[in-house]
Design a protein around this ligand. Structure first.
Ligand code: GLN
Length: 490
């Protein structure tokens, strides 16, 4: 007992880089099947403590890894992600694997197809390990809304990993995958990445196909990568980006070589710092970490310029109106007939609908359906949803004016570092308010990267958010590389 008490378990482990792993696989020093087996071993060992994976896809991973090894043995050229172990947020569908979206209502649902991003990862040789825990239907900021239990932050097990893509962030932080995919509707990639000390990418709306994503709010939902470093995140984005005939909102804009573009030095870029993101409510330790990051940018030769985004103050109500309205429409399809859970205790059709939804959805999802239905109802539509769309336009225009003067805008990703499990779960409004720095880019359709930027005295990671204009991901990556290279400590 005594000796156990002295053992401090650390779950934080940095994955090797794509370049290192690729060299090992190409030169035959590592076999993809062994790499995958090693990851499964680590997952078996620590997943009971962290609750990161909801299901594993061993057979598919084994087949994919064996294919990579066969190519390598023949000396054939290997695709970009050959043998790289990747995890997928459970709101994205993979043929043959359950997809729960963190909800009881989808328990037992087996999707018959792969999401486009899954198809693209597989075609690039990635080995897909399994499905990652998340807030129910991606609604939340702490992963505490998952019907399958919260994820623990690998940095401090008593704290949340952030959300909704908590599993995707924690998996990379604890080296339970080299990279992962998550989704971001109002911050769900950026905030958990910052809480767990990893890199997360919000691609421009339309940059990555949403086909096979279980929809939350369709005008805001994005799919994007998490990785242990900026260059790898850029490589992942290059693999999953591009137009898709299955998603009419996907853009024909050419896909750049983001990784190569991120190698270009950022000196000379103009960086905007918005006053409104350094105001009341910002944790002083987060502020000082971000200021050090800004100093690093200045030292590289970037010009720092104050900008103003006054509509930021309307961002939270605007986001929570648009997101809940769209969610109430999207979630109408879960009726106990077509997918997953059906209440057994009903003798009429309408009772079956309502019991299935009542028993299948969690409290936060129900709250959003109610709010969204109200905002869309006759008589309130113009006052709420219509007004929110107008404010959304103003916010987007304000950003475009700022981007006429600067190449990128930097802010804290979250006003606070990872909070304790249970600390905010009883207060939905406090949880919503903490999304203040991320929902703006979601509403405006912009791209962004969050990169680790120092830590608090207690060792909690701080993330810097770097926003780019539409389809300017390469610029955001270049700026992120500078902050990453500065290796800021607490
Ligand atoms: N925290 C925000 C919400 O609860 C964002 C979630 C997300 O981006 N999926 O809506």
């Amino acid at each position: 007992m005594a000796s156990e008490a002295h053992t401090i378990e650390s779950f934080v482990e940095k994955p090797k880089t794509l370049a290192e792993l690729r060299a090992e696989i190409v030169e035959g020093r590592t076999k993809a099947v062994d790499l995958a087996a090693g990851y499964y071993e680590r997952i078996e060992k620590i997943n009971p403590r962290l609750n990161v994976y909801l299901s594993l896809t061993r057979e598919r991973a084994q087949e994919q890894a064996a294919r990579v090894d066969a190519l390598a043995a023949k000396g054939d050229p290997l695709p970009t992600l050959a043998g790289i172990p990747v995890g997928i947020k459970d709101v994205l569908v993979m043929k043959g694997a359950p997809a729960t979206a963190g909800s009881k209502i989808l328990k037992g649902y087996q999707p018959p197809y792969d999401a486009t991003v899954v198809t693209k990862l597989a075609a690039a040789g990635a080995v897909l390990l399994g499905k990652l825990n998340c807030d129910e239907f991606a609604m939340g900021s702490s992963n505490e809304n998952s019907a399958y239990g919260p994820v623990c932050n690998p940095v401090d097990l008593e704290r949340v990993p952030g959300g909704s893509s908590g599993g995707s962030a924690a998996a990379v932080a604890a080296n339970m995958a080299v990279a992962t995919l998550g989704t971001d509707t109002g911050g769900s990639i950026r905030q958990p990445a910052s809480f767990c000390g990893v890199v997360g990418v919000l691609p421009t709306y339309g940059r990555v196909s949403r086909y096979g994503l279980i929809a939350f709010a369709s005008s805001l939902d994005r799919v994007g990568p998490f990785a242990g470093n900026v260059r790898d995140a850029a490589t992942l984005l290059g693999v999953i980006a591009g137009q898709d005939a299955h998603d009419a909102t996907s853009s024909p804009a050419p896909v750049e070589d983001y990784a190569a573009a991120s190698d270009k030095l950022a000196g000379g870029l103009k960086i905007g710092v918005p006053d409104e993101y350094f105001a009341e409510g910002l944790d002083p330790e987060v502020r000082s970490a971000i200021e050090k990051g800004i100093d690093a940018l200045r030292a590289t030769g970037c010009t720092i310029k104050r900008v103003s985004l006054p509509h930021t103050r309307y961002a939270i109500p605007t986001y929570y109106l648009v997101a809940t309205a769209e969610a109430s429409a999207n979630l109408a399809r879960f009726d106990g007939v077509r997918y997953g859970y059906r209440s057994p205790a009903s003798d009429t059709l309408s009772a079956m609908y309502s019991h299935s939804r009542d028993e299948g959805f969690g409290a936060e999802v129900k709250r959003r359906i109610l709010l969204g239905t109200y905002a869309l109802s006759a008589g309130y539509y113009d006052a709420y949803y219509g007004k929110a769309q107008q404010v959304r336009r103003l916010l987007a225009e304000e950003f475009l004016r700022a981007f006429a003067e600067v190449d990128a805008i930097v802010t804290p990703t979250s006003p606070i570092p990872a909070f304790r499990l249970g600390e905010k779960s009883g207060d939905p409004l406090a949880m919503y308010l903490a999304d203040i720095y991320t929902v703006t880019a979601s509403l405006a359709g912009l791209c962004g990267v969050t990169v680790p930027c120092g830590a608090t005295a207690a060792g909690l990671p701080v993330g810097m958010q770097i926003l780019g204009a539409h389809f300017r991901e390469a610029t955001a990556f270049r700026v992120a590389r500078v902050v990453e290279a500065a290796q800021l400590q607490g």
